[in-house]
Design a binder for this molecule. Structure first.
Ligand SMILES: Cc1cc2nc3c(=O)[nH]c(=O)nc-3n(C[C@H](O)[C@H](O)[C@H](O)COP(=O)(O)O)c2cc1C
Length: 137
């Protein structure tokens, strides 16, 4: 199935993950705002990804903006951040995504970095569950 990865990255890790996703599942990569509304028609799977910054995930606003064009597709959302998936703050960030959207997406939270010491946390293997999920579609 044809896949698009659309991302926003301030510090580079989400961009690195987008590159690995495109290699592994043969996806086209765009930054937020780079893909035009008519182009969504070309894809069966849309992966939307961004970092998390004090609970704010740019992917939330972007999802709301493009939802009308992607709501009938397989939408996979990948939040990148230093807090683990079950952390209270990660749950709060996730719950900021409107419920009607949340109920129709497949959501993942994967490790980000908090400086040079934690750059090693950005590993391709963190994407394994996403590779597996996308291949199952
Ligand atoms: C100012 C700031 C705030 C952050 N807040 C959060 C947060 O609330 N939750 C979280 O999981 N990670 C948080 N992080 C970690 C970032 O999400 C992490 O650095 C991630 O790799 C950023 O993605 P990017 O490299 O694509 O910009 C924060 C980082 C910075 C610099």
């Amino acid at each position: 199935m044809k896949t698009a990865v659309i991302y926003k990255s301030f510090l580079g890790s989400t961009g690195k993950y987008a590159e690995w996703l495109s290699e592994e599942i043969n996806a086209d990569v765009f930054r937020f705002g780079q893909i035009k509304k008519d182009q969504f028609d070309n894809y069966d799977i849309v992966i939307i990804s961004s970092g998390t910054y004090i609970g704010w995930m740019p992917l939330k606003g972007y999802l709301k903006k493009v939802w009308q064009y992607i709501k009938d597709k397989n939408v996979v959302v990948v939040a990148v951040g230093a807090a683990s998936e079950d952390d209270e703050w990660s749950i709060k960030s996730y719950e900021r995504i409107p419920i009607d959207i949340r109920s129709k997406i497949k959501y993942f939270k994967i490790p980000g970095k908090l400086g040079k010491q934690t750059a090693k946390d950005i590993k391709k293997e963190n994407l394994e569950p996403i590779f597996k999920y996308v291949r199952s579609l």
